[in-house]
Write a protein that binds this ligand. Structure first.
Ligand code: 6PG
Length: 256
């Protein structure tokens, strides 16, 4: 069964949505999140489980969710998680939690117990990964697929979350959460990340990709997907039901 499920997953082809710019892209994603959230809370488990991305691209989206789209989302039924976290205090400018807190969490009525932060600031990294993995497995015990939606970004090297090219963690098939070291060009180095098995157990994944620096990755995925899937972690993302690459004109120009 697992084999057939995996093969079924391999048939999920990405939708590619090209938007004029980051603001219009963020509005489009926000509208989809409203729809997914409302659909999820009407399902049997009555909740919407969303894993947030870090970096800079999602800032605009998070601010929109906290403002123009705030009243359209049933925040009392939302659970927030993270796709990855840097090893830094939750108040640090390097923390993905801190960015989400500033742009979204502090502005919406989500119960604090429903904000499932990765505690990446004290214990040894491997222990943090084990603790977060147990938390996820306990939370999703009865749920498959797991997350309703995972938001991800993509780096210019094709990384996503904290899954970087050629990292042995890409061959992980069991663990859901691992401690990893980012390449020196992407500080901070110590990270906690969901693995591909964890990401690919999500019902839907949205990758938000903006700027000319990501163009090569997007073009590779569109023109030579089999090669991209061997090279770039972002292209290895194959969720259960739905995969959308949201790209702006700069990253996903129409010459493909
Ligand atoms: C992180 C993110 C990382 C990010 C990409 C894109 O912790 O940095 O999880 O995967 O999404 O590096 O970053 P930008 O959105 O800043 O281009």
């Amino acid at each position: 069964m697992a084999g057939s499920l995996d093969s079924a997953r391999n048939r999920i082809d990405p939708e590619v949505r090209v938007c004029p710019d980051l603001v219009s892209l963020s509005h489009a994603v926000a509208g989809e999140i409203v729809h997914l959230a409302r659909t999820a809370v009407q399902s049997w488990h009555g909740r919407f489980t969303l894993a947030l991305a870090g970096g800079t691209t999602p800032r605009t989206l998070y601010r929109l969710l906290a403002a123009e789209y705030r009243k359209q989302i049933p925040w009392f039924r939302v659970h927030l998680f993270w796709g990855d976290e840097r090893f830094a205090p939750p108040t640090s400018s390097e923390s993905n939690y801190a960015m989400a807190y500033e742009t979204l969490i502090s502005q919406v009525p989500i119960p604090p117990a429903q904000v499932h932060r990765i505690p990446a600031e004290s214990d040894p990294p491997d222990q943090v990964a084990q603790v977060y993995e147990k938390h996820l497995r306990d939370f999703f015990a009865e749920t498959s697929p797991t997350f309703d939606l995972i938001l991800l970004g993509a780096g210019p090297d094709g990384h996503t979350a904290s899954l970087f090219p050629n990292d042995p963690v890409l061959t992980e098939r069991e663990c859901w959460v691992r401690a990893v070291l980012a390449p020196p060009v992407f500080p901070p180095l110590q990270r906690i990340t969901l693995t591909l098995p964890a990401i690919n157990q999500a019902n839907a994944v949205f990758l938000m990709v903006s700027g000319t620096g990501k163009r090569e990755i997007v073009q590779s995925l569109l023109k030579t997907p089999e090669i991209a899937r061997r090279l770039y972690p972002a292209a290895m993302v194959r969720p259960v039901e739905r995969l959308v690459w949201w790209v702006d004109q700069a990253a996903g120009g129409v010459d493909y």
